[in-house]
Design a protein around this ligand. Structure first.
Ligand code: SAM
Ligand code: SF4
Length: 344
């Protein structure tokens, strides 16, 4: 693959491409596996987090991100775990913003649970972050606490308000959970659109062992959409962000709703992204185990040209598609790693 990419670059179309001709322009980076919440669908109540030595330092992460940007990645999204709970994360983000200033990166963004957003929103905006995705599964304080196991709704709402006040565009992500938040969806759409936020609904994905049976709460988005159609006129929209979300516009509010349906809709053919874990392992697909480790190379003193070649070669491992299933017979996740490790 390195060879094929070298040829592509010589032909004057720089950047990374995989064996199926997809351009890889988007890197999601998990900066920590730790989190101050324990969302039911994401983590077990008692989590064994990684020893610090296994997690890449910010210097190592910065070097790897810079190499991906050199190779043509135009968008970086920081995620986790909860990115804003890692100490000195703002210094790391300020460092990455040099790629924005240089014009080699189009977007630097993050996905957050919002718990630390109130104190960081202005600094994020000052560092060149323009948009954030905030996870918000309920607007009911007790239900929010139950789903996140230890989150406080008022803190997250303050964070969202602070982000808006700092000029950040906020998109809300709602995991659709049967029997937990399903009667709130229309109210959440009104709440989000009333404040100028887009909102996306996400199906639960079978990643990592959590306490309890995930199939209990699995809710196909076809049902979410039908429920919303009882309240709103949904108009198909050509809007795309290069990701798995399909968007509709709500005629009554003028706002957008995204549906992220990894289980019922195959979006792989337009996939433009790869994911880096906080330990320096690159996953080419959220739904496949195939990965390439960069940590040993980084810690072994790899030089930039060899690092760049490793990245180009890794693209050769990107599979054509994924194979998620929630196995109802065995109740086991299709993939053993947690979303908080890979980064959602
Ligand atoms: N802590 C941050 C947050 O919650 O936004 C960032 C990391 S979190 C892993 C990223 C996204 O993945 C969140 O929107 C979360 O709801 C979603 N997520 C986590 N586990 C999931 C699962 N099993 N199925 C679907 N979405 C999941
Ligand atoms: Fe933490 Fe995000 Fe996972 Fe919730 S979804 S436990 S906030 S990493």
């Amino acid at each position: 693959m390195a060879h094929q990419n070298d040829i592509t670059r010589k032909r004057g179309t720089p950047g990374l491409a995989d064996p199926f001709g997809r351009r890889i322009t988007y890197l999601r980076v998990s900066v920590t596996d730790r989190c101050d919440f324990r969302c039911l669908y994401c983590m077990a109540e008692e989590m064994q987090f990684l020893p610090k030595a296994e997690v890449l330092s910010f210097d190592e992460l910065d070097r790897l991100c810079a190499a991906f940007v050199r190779q043509g990645v135009r968008k970086l999204r920081l995620t986790g775990g909860e990115p804003l709970v890692r100490r000195d994360i703002l210094d790391f983000i300020r460092g990455l913003s040099r790629h924005l200033a240089a014009g080699t990166l189009d977007e630097l963004t993050l996905t957050t649970n919002g718990s630390q957003l109130a104190r960081h929103a202005e600094a994020l905006a000052a560092a060149g972050v323009r948009r954030v995705n905030v996870s918000l599964d309920s607007l009911d304080p007790a239900r929010f606490a139950a789903i996140t196991r230890r989150g406080r709704l008022d803190t997250v709402l303050e964070g969202i308000a602070a982000a808006k006040a700092a000029g950040l565009a906020v998109k809300l992500n709602v995991v659709a959970l049967r029997g937990l938040n399903e009667e709130e969806f229309a109210a959440m759409v009104l709440w989000a659109h009333g404040r100028g936020h887009d909102i996306s609904f996400i199906e639960t994905m079978p990643l990592g062992d959590v306490d309890g049976d995930r199939t209990d709460h699995y809710l196909p988005l076809t049902r979410v959409r039908r429920a919303l159609e009882r309240h709103f006129t949904l108009q198909e929209s050509g809007y795309r962000t290069g990701g798995p979300a399909r968007y509709v516009t709500v005629a009554e509010t003028g706002g957008r709703i995204g549906f992220i349906t990894p289980l019922t809709h195959n979006f792989c053919e337009s996939c433009n992204r790869v994911r880096l874990t906080c330990t320096g392992r690159l996953y080419l697909c959220l739904g496949q185990e195939d990965s390439v480790d960069f940590r040993d190379a980084l810690r072994g003193g790899v030089a930039d040209p060899a690092l760049d070649a490793m990245i180009r070669a890794a693209m050769g491992h990107k599979p054509k598609g994924h194979d998620f299933i929630i196995d109802r017979n065995h109740g086991t996740p299709a993939l053993s790693r947690h979303m908080s490790v890979t980064g959602g």
